[in-house]
Design a protein around this ligand. Structure first.
Ligand code: ARG
Length: 604
């Protein structure tokens, strides 16, 4: 138990601990059980130190002597006999035998053998992207889409039975204003941003702004807009038709983004829960969970002064009501064992309230670690290069389609520029696929530019710790050097180019060849390949996609070291084995790309 609870939990920011990590890495230590120290402290405080245990080292020795060491004996073992180091660290080394077998198994049976089994078959709902109808889908929604999609892909890779929900803001008081504005425009015949007679709403943002202005300036309009909301909620066919048109127009815009990014979502907007709202409020009232306060129906939870308002004093329902109805539906109808919500951190407090209200109603277990679980995945802001609010040079909101276009165009230019030249960087080897020998058809160029451009935008987002704000910079995300998707795509294409130098069928070879891990670089590469499982576990543990981006970057580094020190083509008895290691690296890289929503390239 001591071992299994002992992940390597040193915080890398502490210089002293960092030194320990560096030292262990140098000594070739793969795992370290470091809780003999804390165990000693606890036992001492509880006056429960066993006889003869006087130091941390003694605790470590006791742990070690109680380990089932059957696996450490004999020839073909998983671990080498552990050693105690320092004041009581138990150092563990994996054997090359087990690594070679594991790599071989992965090549034979597929990379999914490396997926952690813990999540297999679980029913999970993930709520992400979730933009608002008639409003601009902004960079915040882009983050939600990118982060949510990676979490979703990772869960699917682990065999989760997943429902990807787009909780679109398609209901609420703003529709009264929009519908009323549409009918004003239709009457006056002037098309301010929309064409009322066709089935198209030309420019929703323009219309939204104009409607909002009229709403703020014109009391009569305000009153009419309020009436329009009631009509819509009452199911008036004309209102429903206009509402539908507005939603359709937005939907087309959202879909254009999802298509480019390769993101799949099931639309289940706020309006879906509309028929359930009254019942949910009634239920919470009956359960004694909700009570009236200042005319509004509220759920008060422990430790918070502000309640979750589930019915406003004017009788209307809001964001909180919908989220309670959605929670109930996801639990009872979707049978979710885990619900994940991806929004900016600004909504953390809203979700805390919703989750606490769910526990108060006993829809959710009191123990947060028990199933069904709920998690809010918050993220920080996207800032401009100047560290201020992200906007265009003229100060407008950045349109996502334009942003993606620019990323792609820049990549197309880069590829064309480099195709004739050799890409040379100081610390990272030049991709061998570049140079005059690689030629592209226009379709190939378009494909490669899209893969690089969209991949770069995604990777630059995912590699940050999601809670922090980050600066959006095309220059740094499209850099050929360093921790970027472009660099990693090159690294992959470079491996593909190695295979072009041999007549062998490398994938077939990889199915029948157990790699030889004789050189330390081969060993380190194989160890890192096998640690893919840990990267996935870590990602799902704290729902941090950057666990996977740093794993991928490290993999490319380990591969570089291997490739630098171990000749592959023409290495005689090692050639087959090394080709297999190249193939295994390419396979794991591609799986990482896939989980990050990046399209791999075989030549750039
Ligand atoms: N539409 C919301 C927004 O743009 C996000 C919705 C998130 N999901 C939810 N169940 N509340 O802020």
């Amino acid at each position: 138990n001591a071992i299994t609870n002992s992940r390597f939990t040193l915080t890398p920011s502490d210089p002293q601990l960092q030194a320990i990590i560096a030292e262990s890495a140098q000594a070739g230590i793969h795992y370290q059980c470091n809780n003999a120290m804390s165990l000693f402290g606890k036992l001492k405080a509880a006056k429960a130190l066993p006889n003869g245990v006087k130091s941390r080292g003694d605790v470590a020795t006791t742990v070690l002597s109680n380990l089932d060491t059957s696996d450490f004996q004999g020839g073909e073992t998983t671990f080498e006999v552990p050693a105690i180091a320092g004041t009581g660290f138990i150092n563990i080394r994996v054997t090359s035998h087990v690594l070679a077998q594991r790599v071989h198994q992965m090549m034979r049976e597929g990379v999914s053998v490396l997926a952690p089994s813990k999540y297999y078959g679980k029913r999970v709902v993930i709520d992400f992207s979730s933009p608002n109808v008639a409003k601009e889908m902004h960079v915040g929604h882009l983050r939600s889409t990118i982060i949510g999609d990676t979490l979703a892909r990772t869960l699917e890779f682990c065999g989760v039975d997943l429902v990807r929900l787009n909780h679109i803001g398609d209901w609420g008081t703003q529709f009264g204003m929009l519908i009323e504005y549409m009918s004003d425009v239709a009457k006056s015949g002037s098309a301010e941003g929309l064409d009322p007679d066709s089935e198209r709403v030309a420019d929703l943002q323009v219309m939204y702004r104009a409607a909002k202005k009229r709403f703020d300036d014109d009391e009569d309009f305000k009153t009419r807009a309020r009436v329009a909301v009631t009509k819509l909620q009452g199911g008036d066919p004309d209102s429903i038709r206009r509402w539908q048109r507005i939603c359709d127009a937005s939907r087309r815009e959202f879909q254009a983004i999802y298509d480019r990014l390769g993101v799949q979502l099931v639309e289940r907007g706020e309006s879906f829960y509309n028929p359930m709202l009254a019942g949910v409020v009634e239920e919470l009232q009956k359960l004694g969970v909700a009570k009236e306060s200042d005319g509004a129906m509220c759920v008060f939870v422990e430790g918070r002064e502000d309640p979750l308002i589930i019915r406003k004093s004017d009788g209307g329902y809001g964001y909180g009501t919908t989220d309670m109805a959605a929670l109930k539906h996801r639990l009872n109808v979707e049978k979710a064992e885990w619900i994940i919500y991806v929004t900016d951190v600004g909504q953390a407090s809203h979700f805390d309230l919703v989750f606490a209200a769910g526990r108060k109603a006993k829809w959710l277990p009191q123990d947060e670690t028990q199933s069904p679980r709920v998690s809010h995945v918050g993220f920080g802001l996207v800032l401009g290069e100047d560290g201020k609010k992200f906007k265009t040079r003229s100060g407008d909101v950045v349109r996502l389609v334009e942003l993606l276009d620019e990323a792609k165009d820049r990549c197309a230019a880069t590829i064309q520029e480099y195709r004739g030249a050799t890409v040379q960087t100081e610390d990272q080897p030049a991709p061998e696929t570049t140079g005059a020998s690689v030629s592209f058809t226009p379709a190939e160029l378009d494909h490669a530019a899209g893969a690089m451009g969209y991949g770069a935008v995604k990777y630059a987002d995912l590699k940050n710790s999601r809670l922090s704000n980050y600066r959006f910079s095309f220059d740094s995300m499209l850099s050929l050097k360093g921790d970027t998707a472009v660099y990693l795509l090159y690294a992959h294409a470079r491996i593909a180019s190695i295979f072009r130098k041999t007549d062998r069928d490398v994938p077939a070879l990889a199915k029948v060849t157990v790699p030889i891990l004789a050189h330390p670089r081969e060993f380190e590469l194989a160890l890192h390949l096998c640690r893919f499982t840990e990267a996935i576990e870590n990602l799902l543990e704290d729902l941090m996609p950057n666990r996977l981006t740093s794993y991928l970057y490290d993999l490319s580094e380990k591969f570089n070291l291997f490739y630098q020190d171990c000749r592959v083509i023409g290495s005689g008895e090692y050639e087959e084995s090394r080709l297999v290691l190249c193939e295994a690296t390419a396979v794991v890289m591609r799986k990482c790309f896939h989980l990050l929503g990046i399209t791999e390239l075989y030549k750039i």
